[in-house]
Design a protein around this ligand. Structure first.
Ligand code: PLP
Ligand code: COI
Length: 354
């Protein structure tokens, strides 16, 4: 039985809600009035607090800064037409949070603390959840090591925090993507399956180079031969090839996405042939050439369903069909939104009502 978390709440005296421009919400720049904070020490989680959003004091010697003992999650809250607020599949993020924690030698956070912390912060700042199509409240739970110690060893103390903020879509256009054939995001035995901060730090240089070449995103490939597709920088990748929905099977180099799982579940329920397997670069390029690749998109919480307009490989760019004409990704985006915003019944119990 879940016990109710004892959270000390200090409300802000100066809400920023009225001065926030809800017509201009680029991803990740606007934070609500409050944040959730907890500490781990002496083998237990304690000091559960909601405080006004703001800076925190930290030792400059914390190992999160020096050795990257740090990871995060990302999920969203949605406002329904009747004003209710739901969070999408937070139990999946709770489970992945603990997979990341294990990989980084960091303490697990009991699932009910994860869920209750999110419910509490979303509830207190529920007026910040935008009531607009394609908009939501992004929820960013994260944990980092706080021992002021420069030895390379797991910290004994940690902080867990949750930030929330209203946001629009992460990608504002159809993506021009490049299949990366030199750099790697993660290798077998590495931590690609964890939402470890270092994975993102390490991806910025290759992403910057791709941006300089005019691309919006990379499709990462296997570290060994660069012959198999893995995922995109902030989303899993899916293709409609020869009438089948195909996506790389999850392994230790790939993040096991919640959106990925949701899309696959829906596709199977619609009777669509689905294949989770190794996906070769060669078959994708072949499909782009012969017209059998009829859809390609990124699937992620921030990304939602992000259409891929063209795929480049070894200097050759292959253009796909107009995203507006793509049957599957249009349908899946529509249905997914309908569930998240509560306009159709939630048959899977995916919406956690706050
Ligand atoms: N892959 C990476 C590297 C990501 O950062 C994300 C975003 O969270 C995803 C995939 C998609 O995962 P999810 O659908 O759980 O957001
Ligand atoms: C998310 O979709 O929640 C992500 O974590 C992507 C983020 C790195 C921008």
């Amino acid at each position: 039985m879940t016990e109710t978390l004892d959270i000390k709440i200090t409300k802000t005296k100066n809400s920023r809600l009225q001065e926030t421009d809800f017509n201009n919400l680029p991803f990740g720049k606007t934070f609500s009035d409050h944040m959730f904070v907890a500490d781990y020490a002496d083998g237990e989680w304690k000091n559960f607090e909601i405080v006004p959003y703001g800076e925190i004091g930290l030792s400059p010697a914390i190992s999160a800064l020096h050795y990257g003992q740090s990871f995060f999650e990302g999920l969203k809250a949605y406002k329904h037409a009747d004003g209710q607020v739901s969070v999408f599949r937070p139990n999946k993020n709770a489970a992945r949070f603990n997979k990341s924690a294990e990989r980084l030698c960091m303490p697990e956070l009991p699932e009910d603390i994860f869920i209750q912390s999110i419910a509490a912060i979303v509830d207190i700042d529920r007026d910040w959840v935008p009531a607009k199509p394609n908009h939501s409240m992004y929820i960013r739970p994260f944990m980092f090591a706080t021992d002021p110690y420069l030895g390379v060893a797991p910290s004994t103390t940690y902080k867990y925090m949750v930030l929330v903020g209203p946001t629009g879509p992460y990608f504002s256009k159809v993506l021009r993507v490049k299949i990366e054939t030199y750099f790697t995001r993660s290798a077998e035995g590495g931590m690609g399956y964890a939402k470890s901060s270092g994975n993102y730090g390490g991806s910025m240089f290759p992403a910057k180079k791709a941006t300089e070449e005019g691309f919006d995103q990379l499709i990462w490939t296997d570290a060994k031969d660069h012959l198999y597709v893995e995922e995109m920088g902030a989303a899993n990748v899916m293709f409609m090839l020869d009438g089948k929905l195909i996506t790389p099977s999850t392994r230790d180099t790939i993040l096991d996405g919640v959106t990925r799982d949701t899309v696959l579940t829906m596709a199977r329920e619609w009777g669509m042939p689905v294949e989770e397997r190794r996906v070769s670069v060669a078959e994708i390029i072949e499909g782009a050439k012969n017209g059998k690749l009829t859809d390609a998109f990124g699937a992620g919480t921030a990304a939602t369903i992000a259409a891929v307009g063209s795929i480049s490989h070894n200097g050759e760019e292959y253009f796909l069909s107009d995203p507006k004409t793509r049957e599957f990704s249009q349908k899946v985006l529509k249905e997914l939104d309908a569930i998240k915003y509560g306009s159709v019944p939630d048959m899977h119990g995916w919406n956690y009502m706050v």
